[in-house]
Design a binder for this molecule. Structure first.
Ligand SMILES: *Cc1c(COP(=O)(O)O)cnc(C)c1O
Length: 406
């Protein structure tokens, strides 16, 4: 008997996975991965088709920037391709320390620790800083990595209505006598609607109720604030946010996440953040590319790129509005086009792709059931004619689906 036959006669303990998958496929909510050939650019080839790319988080076009490429290639030549160990054993290279110092200076804080990703930065930090006797007060639309970190901490989690400062205060009042430490946590820019958190008001609450204030700036890094310094700079809340998380994977163009704060916070995370302790550090090329990115952001060229991003965003939003699209919540280059039903959002995205525009549909579990949408992201490197053409195609494809009036 062959091996496969042996397996076939046994029961398959993973049968339920196949059943669930088939159900998702039948509902039309199991999209395939789109595969990119060549570089991540404003126009590129996914699945063999040339499309206008409104899908990436490459806000400033840094994934293919020549300064970052050069820094990465030089680092490979000088240092090889891997770090060889976790940071706390032998995997801390001068490059890693230099990058952390550079980010801290850029963000005007005492210190910074770099993680393998924004996800691990959030999950590792929340779970290291808080424990089971503590309270986490979290916006209902916070990112999954914050939610996972909160769960890992075993703290009590209370969720306030999206961006609702009064609801946040209600929770803090109800827990005025809570004996443990308290953390208020919010995304700086929310990834699904592109709206901006009410950071100054949340800082007021943190100060009034003696809470730790933490913001996740994944979609604000390189986007908001002077030269892309993030929401704290955007709102002029310097010194009021104890823990600032950012990503190196979106506008910065490479990969990674970071936490900025006091020297003691960072030294503590060096000792207790589990992804830092138990997962190998960045390859030299990644750290070097990130250094080149921050050097660029800190220069007039970087500020120009951020300005271009915002000019393109205004332009594209105006063109979409002219064509009947609405996206009231969005305040950033993230443009959600609400569709409602997931299957319809996936159909919209698929038809768009066939017409030459790549903008993904997002449905459950990324957003709540019944709140599926298409998400388009503008970058600094899109050309005006590409954005105009994309707006035309979006309108053409949306009309027969009843998403805009025809
Ligand atoms: C993308 C994202 C992250 C994760 O960042 P990665 O570097 O991609 O792991 C964390 N928080 C928010 C709000 C994000 O949008």
């Amino acid at each position: 008997m062959s091996d496969t036959a042996t397996i076939a006669t046994k029961q398959n303990p993973l049968q339920y996975i196949t059943d669930q998958l088939n159900e998702l496929r039948e509902k039309g909510v199991a999209p395939k991965l789109r595969v990119l050939e060549g570089e991540q650019r404003p126009v590129c080839i996914f699945d063999g088709r040339e499309v206008i790319n409104l899908a990436s988080n490459n806000y400033l076009g840094l994934t293919t920037h020549k300064a970052l490429r050069k820094a990465a290639l030089d680092a490979v030549k000088r240092y090889g391709v891997g770090a060889g160990a976790v940071r706390t054993i032998a995997g801390t290279m001068k490059l890693h320390m230099a990058l952390e110092e550079q980010i801290a200076a850029f963000k005007k804080v005492e210190a910074c620790v770099v993680f393998q990703s924004g996800f691990t930065a959030n999950a590792g930090t929340v779970s290291a800083v808080l424990g089971k006797d503590d309270l986490i007060v979290s916006d209902e639309l916070n990112h999954a990595s914050i939610i996972d970190g909160a769960r890992l901490s075993k703290a009590t989690i209370k969720v306030f209505k999206h961006k609702d400062v009064q609801d946040c205060e209600r929770i803090l009042q109800e827990n005025a006598n809570f004996p443990g430490k308290k953390l208020i946590i919010t995304d700086g820019v929310f990834s699904m609607d592109g709206d901006i958190a009410p950071l100054p008001q949340l800082c007021d609450l943190a100060e009034k109720y003696n809470c730790i204030m933490m913001v996740d700036d994944a979609h604000a890094s390189g986007v908001l604030g002077r030269g892309g310094r993030g929401t704290v700079d955007h709102h002029q809340c310097h010194g009021r946010v104890h823990i600032q998380v950012g990503t190196l994977s979106k506008a910065i163009g490479a990969m990674g996440g970071y936490v900025c704060g006091s020297r003691d916070l960072i030294d503590f995370l060096y000792l207790r953040a589990r992804p830092f302790l138990f997962s190998t550090s960045h390859p030299p090329a990644t750290a070097a590319a990130c250094q080149a990115a921050f050097a660029l952001l800190d220069s007039p060229d970087g500020e120009k790129l951020v300005k271009k991003l915002w000019a393109n965003t205004k332009f594209f939003k105006r063109e979409l509005k002219k064509r009947g699209f609405q996206f009231k919540a969005s305040e950033t280059p993230i443009i959600p086009i609400h569709v409602g039903e997931a299957a319809k959002a996936f159909e919209f995205s698929k038809n768009l792709f066939e017409a030459g525009v790549f903008a993904p549909a997002v449905g459950y579990p990324i957003v709540a059931e019944g709140k599926a949408r298409l998400r388009a992201i503008v970058t600094a490197t899109h050309k005006r004619e590409q954005l105009l053409r994309a707006a035309d195609i979006l309108a053409e494809v949306a009309k027969p689906l009843g998403i805009v009036a025809s």
